[in-house]
Design a protein around this ligand. Sequence first.
Ligand code: CTP
Ligand code: CA
Length: 221
Amino acid sequence: PAPGIKGGALAGRHVLVTAGPTHEPIDPVRYIANRSSGKQGYAIAGALAALGARVTLVSGPVSLATPAGVHRIDVESAREMAAAVDAALPADVAVMVAAVADWRADTAAGQKIKKDGSGAPPTLALAENPDILAGLAQNARRPRLLIGFAAETEKVVDHAVAKRARKDADWIVANDVSGDVMGGDSNSIHIVTRDGVESWETMPKADVAHRLAARIADEFA
Ligand code: CTP
Ligand code: CA
């Protein structure tokens, strides 16, 4: 824990974390997905548990060990993630770190799609996935502190400020991914709140996790 934050600062609090990508099936052997290692979300779930929170981690497909003291629920698609988030409520805090696929194949084929020999590729019709964060913001059981993440490649703070307002999240944790952070071990973070912007120096994902957990605990002090 950071200086001044006691080990049990989040004792008695239920925190919901989403992490990893979602996989949207095209057919039984193919899918659409975002790039996401799950490392940052898993580190945050572990850091929150270390502060005494009861943590439910709703995870897309990743190859990571479950952090100590964390209850993990595995899902594949965005719609499964939305259902698992709903089933985990109520929560005092939700930290939506998952890189949810914005679109899914409108209808997943029941059998493997075959090349037909003509050289003409099939056309994929897409449907938009539910926005889990925006849905939670409108939910009657909205967590007291609702936190979204945004990975941006340009105009990081501007996009995050707009995104926070559009989704009605309390905070957006904006991650500057213009460098080489995908799957890497460091993140460059700005916390956009209703009151302004806090910019953190670039630091390892584990440090981001502990500092964010401490910042969340501050809200409940
Ligand atoms: N999110 C979500 N459900 C979705 C898409 C996004 O819950 N269907 C959440 C993410 O987990 C993240 C936040 O919303 O906490 C921002 O995700 P992002 O992809 O940056 O936002 P989008 O509104 O999808 O905007 P963009 O067009 O930049 O992808
Ligand atoms: Ca998106």
